[in-house]
Design a protein. Structure first.
Length: 125
């Protein structure tokens, strides 16, 4: 599986198989990533979900068919808030608290004007 995939299975022999979660960013909570990944894995096993076909080569060049990821923080917060899967596997209380803190962080971020913008417009004046 290519390094351009969200998950990569490595295998040298039957005893050394591992799966790498390559989607999470450096700013992600590692404990939440592990919990969500394990929840998805266990749910997939319980539901006998068929995995997507293996990607070989450059996954970016193959286009189409992949998941539709949120394109903004508000969209990600809304999707998590409405996700029944997340509520079932991570808990109502966690989802409510986590999304509330993320919304608060986003709202605080939106009120801050970046220094580069301030400088740009001060230079025009």
């Amino acid at each position: 599986m290519a390094s351009t995939s969200a998950a990569r299975r490595t295998r040298r022999d039957a005893k050394t198989i591992r799966v790498e979660n390559r989607l999470a960013g450096a700013d992600a909570n590692p404990y939440l990533i592990v919990a969500a990944t394990l929840a998805a894995d266990v749910a997939g096993i319980i539901e006998r979900a068929e995995p997507a076909p293996e990607v070989t080569g450059n996954g970016y060049a193959q286009g189409g068919g992949g998941p539709d990821y949120a394109r903004s923080m508000p969209e990600a917060i809304d999707r998590l808030r409405r996700s029944q899967f997340a509520r079932d596997w991570l808990g109502e209380r966690f989802i409510e608290g986590f999304t509330a803190t993320r919304q608060s962080q986003y709202d605080a971020f939106r009120t801050k004007v970046p220094d580069t913008e301030l400088q740009r417009f001060f230079d025009l004046g």
